[in-house]
Design a protein around this ligand. Structure first.
Ligand SMILES: [Zn+2]
Length: 270
């Protein structure tokens, strides 16, 4: 069985701050985060830094709750989605056992409402969050200010980073990433890339469901794809893909003592 411990939870902006620098560094550090940061003590701030007890300062956005502004550390969106997929994957392993137990049950008297909805619902959440983490990682590889020009029948179309992120499909994006980074995951890891391609196909099936018009059932191929999907190896392939294109290993197993079976208690407050 594929094993993967829970991952390190990262934040979008972390600034290393030494113990002596902690005092009075906020204004300097803030300027590094963004040019428009206002003083946290004034009413208008919309972002700022938090200084947790370890030495990293964390970039945070403001959120108003009951009229009071709070700073919320911004999770790294790639990690956030990967972590969500990880949690769903763990649930899926149990949900599959329950579904298979029902399949093998004879005679089948009752409908397995929870087993069916539990398995397929969790499988979709895994597929979508894992794909979103890959998509966010891919978008990061496209440099700011990058423009993609295409010519079709004499008509030139230019897409900027915003347009590439919004309109381009994964495979076209990968071509751009290959030319920008001079790195090609598909060439290096053919089998893993095939798993990611499959993830994309199933994600498209689940996100844009099309009636398959097959008699009295609607989506038999979609459901079969969710039953046959290689959840174990695809999450590993996605981790390797993200790390291959990241400056440093973004998705790393956490080194705390908790095992993969006690996700809920690892890093709990108090
Ligand atoms: Zn941990």
């Amino acid at each position: 069985m594929t094993r993967l411990k829970h991952i390190k939870k990262r934040y979008v902006t972390t600034i290393l701050v030494g113990p002596q620098e902690r005092q009075g560094i906020a204004s300097i550090a803030q300027n590094k985060v963004a040019g428009n940061i206002k003083d946290e003590n004034t009413a208008g701030f919309d972002q700022g830094l938090l200084f947790p007890s370890n030495s990293d300062a964390i970039g945070a956005f403001a959120y108003v709750l009951d009229g009071v502004k709070h700073l919320i550390p911004e999770p790294d969106y790639v990690c956030l989605n990967f972590d969500a997929a990880y949690i769903h994957w763990k649930h899926l392993i149990k949900a599959r056992i329950h579904l298979i137990a029902w399949l093998k049950m004879e005679p089948k008297v009752e409908l397995p409402h929870n087993q069916l909805y539990g398995y397929f619902g969790t499988a979709m959440l895994y597929i979508n969050t894992l794909f979103t983490s890959l998509e966010a990682a891919m978008n990061r590889c496209i440099p700011k200010g990058y423009e993609h020009r295409t010519e079709k029948q004499g008509k030139v179309t230019t897409l900027n980073k915003e347009g590439i992120q919004r309109y381009m499909d994964m495979n076209d994006k990968l071509k751009i990433i290959k030319s920008v980074t001079k790195k090609d995951f598909a060439l290096r890891e053919g089998k893993k890339m095939a798993l990611i391609q499959k993830l994309k196909d199933v994600r498209d099936l689940t996100t844009h469901p099309k009636d398959e018009e097959r008699g009295i059932v609607k989506y038999p191929l979609l459901y079969t794809a969710l039953l046959d999907f290689d959840f174990d190896n695809t999450i590993i392939a996605a981790m390797d893909f993200i790390n291959y294109y990241s400056e440093k290993s973004l998705i790393e197993e956490c080194t705390c003592g908790h095992t993969e079976n006690d996700y809920d208690s690892a890093h709990a407050l108090g």
